[in-house]
Design a protein around this ligand. Structure first.
Ligand code: ADP
Length: 404
């Protein structure tokens, strides 16, 4: 079975085509600058040269059509016909309380995703464009939606409620949802395999540290608490997002600096975090380079970033009354030995015996960076959110076929 995985943003569309017989990637790529003057299409078919094309792509339907043309192209295509695509799986950021797991798209599901636009105004409308674009191009092909929030629906009320008037939860569903769920679920599963222990008997802390960053307490295979909240702004310090701050700063800063709500929102989401403290970049690579060159702003940004992550790890070890393993994943988590070293070097009280040589190794695969004797294991596991989406889609479509 071939599954096309789509991650639609407001002006971009990323895709990967999987052959689920062996879970291999047949092709992947992205369409960027949809709706702008010149869109860019990047296409990487397995075992064939990469293609890039500048085209006029004004909306998502055209972007999907372009992707399908690439996939069946005479020279660089990987399929004979688009009929070989058996199903399409979409990433959807917000499933609210309605979706504790992935589902096959139907009219009710689409209505519910639309109802959730308010909770994720930057993401869900774009995903909907992707779903509709596929429907227009492949009307007979089943679609599945996989939610970033679904894995965290297992959080107990004590984790997901905010200590504010309950009416806000009851009337407006203001609560913590958590994000990066597919990634936290994937690396937890892989961690159990690496540790050769059943997932439902493990206490894990998974750290997804990319441009956006979140940390999850995974207790017996279920999300027990996670650092992102109602929106992806809460929790850890990130590239351009503040993470946790005193909420009273918002009205205070608005008054002092004469800011509008929109401006303060943009300040916290786009002009805070690493970029705000370093004044240099939101990219950890540039922070590390500047730090090595002696830049004090970069050093302070790194120290704050690491300290805030370490505090969450400590909190989640307390939340679960213990921890068996800590997992690092995503752009920074997978690649920055400096961050992992700083975090783990300061967590020796947990019983971490760090293996610095393994931490510094150029190996890019799944690996342990603690000694065998270490009471708490630390693992680096490259995430694969697209594969989770493909697997969920595959499973749901197979189950439906078997029922019918
Ligand atoms: P996204 O949240 O956009 O999916 P990624 O998980 O791809 O982000 O992470 C992107 C971030 O990873 C970049 O901003 C960069 O800071 C960081 N990164 C990538 N490679 C390295 C590296 N070698 N060292 C440190 N940080 C890195």
């Amino acid at each position: 079975m071939n599954i096309l995985v789509i991650n639609a943003g407001s002006s971009s569309l990323k895709f990967q085509l999987f052959n689920m017989n062996d879970e291999s990637v047949l092709a992947k790529g992205k369409v960027e600058r949809i709706g702008m003057d010149s869109s860019l299409v990047c296409y990487e078919p397995a075992g064939k040269p990469e293609e890039q094309e500048v085209a006029e792509i004004l909306e998502h339907t055209t972007a999907v059509r372009k992707v399908l043309q690439m996939l069946v192209h005479k020279r660089h295509g990987v399929l004979e016909s688009i009929d070989e695509i058996d199903a399409v799986g979409h990433r959807v950021v917000h499933g609210g309380e309605s979706f504790p797991s992935s589902v096959i798209v139907d009219e009710d599901v689409k209505r519910e995703i639309r109802r959730l636009f308010d909770l994720a105004p930057l993401h869900n409308p774009a995903h909907m464009l992707g779903i509709n674009a596929v429907e227009e191009n492949l009307p007979q092909t089943p679609q599945v939606v996989v939610f970033d929030t679904a894995f965290h629906q297992s959080m107990p009320a004590a984790s997901y409620l905010y200590p504010i008037p309950m009416v806000l939860y009851r009337k407006h569903k203001i609560r913590r949802y958590g994000f990066h769920g597919t990634s936290h679920a994937y690396v937890s599963d892989r961690a159990a395999k690496l540790l050769q222990k059943p997932l439902d008997q493990l206490k894990l802390i998974t750290c997804h540290i990319g441009n956006g960053a979140s940390c999850t307490a995974v207790w017996n295979g279920k999300s027990y608490d996670t650092s992102m909240g109602m929106t992806p702004l809460e929790g850890l310090m990130m590239g351009t997002r503040s993470g946790d701050i005193d909420p009273a700063i918002v009205p205070y800063a608005m008054g002092k600096e004469d800011l509008t709500l929109g401006e303060v929102n943009s300040m916290l989401n786009k002009h805070s975090g690493l970029i705000a403290i370093s004044g240099i970049s939101s990219d950890m690579r540039e922070i590390l380079e500047a730090m090595e060159a002696g830049d004090r702003g970069a050093k302070l940004a790194f120290d704050m970033y690491e300290y805030r992550l370490r505090k969450y790890i400590g909190a989640y070890a307390a939340a679960m009354n213990g921890v068996d393993a800590i997992v690092f994943t995503a752009g920074v988590g997978e690649n920055s030995a400096a961050l992992r070293g700083a975090v783990c070097g300061n967590l020796t009280f947990l019983g971490i015996e760090f293996d610095e040589a393994a931490n510094l190794s150029r190996d890019r695969g799944e690996r342990r960076i603690t000694t065998e004797a270490s009471r708490v294991q630390v693992l680096v596991i490259p995430t694969n959110e697209e594969l989770v989406i493909a697997r969920d889609t595959h499973e749901l479509i197979l189950a439906r076929t078997n029922v019918v």
